[in-house]
Design a protein around this ligand. Sequence first.
Ligand code: TEU
Ligand code: CA
Length: 588
Amino acid sequence: MPVATDLPWWKEACIYQIYPASFKDSNGDGIGDIPGIISKLDHIKSLGVDAIWICPMFASPQCDMGYDISDYEAVYPPYGTVDDMERLITECHARSLRVLLDLVINHTSHLHAWFQESRSSKNNPKRDWYIWRPPTYATDGQRRPPNNWRAAFEGSVWEWDEHTQEYYLHYFAPEQPDLNWDNPATRAAIYESAMRFWLRKGIDGFRVDTANLYSKNTQFPNAAVTDLLSPWQPAFELFCNGPRIHEYIRELNQVLGEFGAMTVGELPCTPDVAKVLKYVSEKERQLNMVFQFEIVELGSGIIDRYNTVPRNWELTHLKAAVQQVQCFLAGTDGWTATFLENHDQARSVSRFGCDETPGLRASSAKMLAIFLAGLSGTLFLHQGQEIGMVNAPITWPISEYKDIASINYYNAVKNQTNGDAAALQRAKVGLQHIARDHGRLPMQWDSTFNAGFTEAVQSWMRVHDNYADINVERQNPDAGSVLSFWKSMLRLRKEQADVLVYGDFRIIDESNENIFIYEKKAGDKCAYVVLNFTREVRHIDLHSIFDIGQFKLIAQSSDHVSLNRLDPFEGRLYVKEDNNEAYVPNGI
Ligand code: TEU
Ligand code: CA
């Protein structure tokens, strides 16, 4: 059984993600801000979480909502000031909440002083801080970029610079030029400006953006042609896990070590367990844990993420993906991060549950809470998930979508099809299902105008029409609400941390496409999580699966439990206590 003092704080933690633009507007300009976050810390604390992760609040022209940073040491003025951030850190620590910031260091904004210098001339001392290449020429004499890679937000990864007659590399938007990590001076400047500046202010760690993208394959080989309609080919896999990546991440970890700070890194396109372990194994000293994408990418289009339809996934695939992430808990010295939502994802109720009626929405939100709270690893909860917020409805026009990825995808379809109405309708269906916008809708605080998010008439992003039904104020006093359910699940997760946070995970019914049952085990202690992932009543013989007489039902999403009959989207958590001494939870 784990002993409290041996454990770092973050293993048993639940970390609450805040999207600053959409959390709480304190001054009526329609944009969330840091004083707004401070005003809601008591709500966050009341959930029973241990830390917050704030998405980028740094100075930025906001081409990609702050993931394009023009000054790491300044705050985006509509969000507040560095002083506000210092106050936020103090106020969090006063409530025993730790603070993680977002570390976006694969690229900067094109307006960052480093890039402005770099692009000013070929012999500027910072020229080599970004990745510049001369053009190539096709047989017809046309100027061509060095290769055929498609950027994450459409178009080529290479942008032509008239002034110095070279291309620069950008894996994301042209306004997000990639830094050259092979240059030691660049790395030193990143560590100083993006990391130590904030670590010295007392933050407790970082969520590390695109943690496996920094090291480039400088040969820049062409990607295989899979999209015949476009000159630019999907290449994200070729962006990842370059030759020097582990050297860089280890170096980054040394900087964090100076401050005892923790990390959770994003690890896209890396399903391979051995490869993941290279990053998260304790003896490698690289990252404490990573976000893997196998679960949240389920049902995404292959060539174009948004080229898909609702519920385009099978439960057996979800099971396999969960297995792949949970396997780090048994027999490795790694760790894992558990999540279903973030600011790049649609709402989990709309994707994995059902948002069609208030009843099914609430049941499936609770079922998903049991599902997540039963899984091992560090748990991440995205703002609004605690009240069961759902995707924007299909009736909203495309103009309500503000994300650069959504807009660029929609425009690409428009250009490729000459504005074909059916193709555009399909694009909208895909976006309504998995656009990043859904996780960015304003937080629903109460049933007053604009959900109590802002007093402005115009919120930066439209508030969901359902805010009078789904909001914090309404759910708080209601013992049967999704919010109360999440609070009780987070409490149970702490009480049963030995088996729920640290236990070994095993799928019981691998081939069942309707019901997901998994077992958690830690020594003599054992738990079973039983989840109906369908909108129909399902029958099952639980006796044939485990000795139910020895187990206690400690969480249930339905009001009435009938042993072998599962309501639509019903979830249950059974635990068999061992007779050992009580578990000592890990304090801050
Ligand atoms: O996301 C990086 C990333 O890999 C995602 O684009 C991911 O592939 C996608 O969401 C599919 O699940 C990070 C940030 O989270 C995102 O908001 C930024 O746009 C991006 O980096 C660029 O900084
Ligand atoms: Ca504001």
